[in-house]
Design a protein around this ligand. Structure first.
Ligand code: ADP
Length: 151
């Protein structure tokens, strides 16, 4: 069983994440979208909300699971029989950042990181820009799946 983890904060999930997850479904038997819990980070959406937004967006995709986790991604992989870490690449800054993480992870465990290049029409989207738009009462609905609802 080919299992991949797509780790991130997903604060909130965007159409960029959605695109990467959708396209990965054909590559793996199971795709685990894993919300990393970082006690030092301040989030706009609660863990519960972030999880529900993703679950709702993929409710018709039985191959997609949503979990949260603490600690190293490679430890999660080793414990849960996950062979691949999935990441999205938008630009050279993402590449440099992701390269360092992927090399570190390979030092820690024999797990491959698989990169998918962002789609042209979602390449500019980031959770931090979405949060800025939300904070300033802009129309965020074109940037996120319809499951993301701001109360
Ligand atoms: P993190 O806290 O790890 O930055 P994110 O939720 O922002 O978590 O991102 C998780 C993954 O999704 C990362 O691999 C990131 O590069 C990728 N990603 C984010 N936005 C996009 C996008 N618009 N297109 C493709 N990949 C993206």
């Amino acid at each position: 069983m080919k299992r991949a983890i797509f780790p991130g904060s997903f604060d909130p999930i965007t159409l960029g994440h959605y695109d990467i997850i959708k396209r990965s479904i054909g590559l793996f038997d199971e795709v685990i979208v894993a919300i990393g819990i970082n006690a030092e980070k301040k989030y706009m959406f609660s863990l519960d909300e972030r999880q529900r937004f993703i679950e709702e967006a993929f409710k018709n995709e039985p191959k997609v699971k949503v979990v949260s986790y603490e600690g190293l991604t490679v430890d999660f992989c080793l414990k849960n029989n996950v062979q691949f870490i999935l990441r999205g690449l938008r630009n050279p800054a993402d590449f440099e950042f992701e390269k360092a993480i992927a090399h570190t992870n390979r030092d820690l465990a024999p797990i491959e990181t698989v990169f998918l290049l962002t789609s042209a029409d979602t390449s500019y989207i980031s959770s931090s820009i979405v949060r800025d738009v939300i904070r300033n009462n802009g129309d965020y609905t074109k940037l996120v799946p319809s499951s993301v609802i701001v109360k």
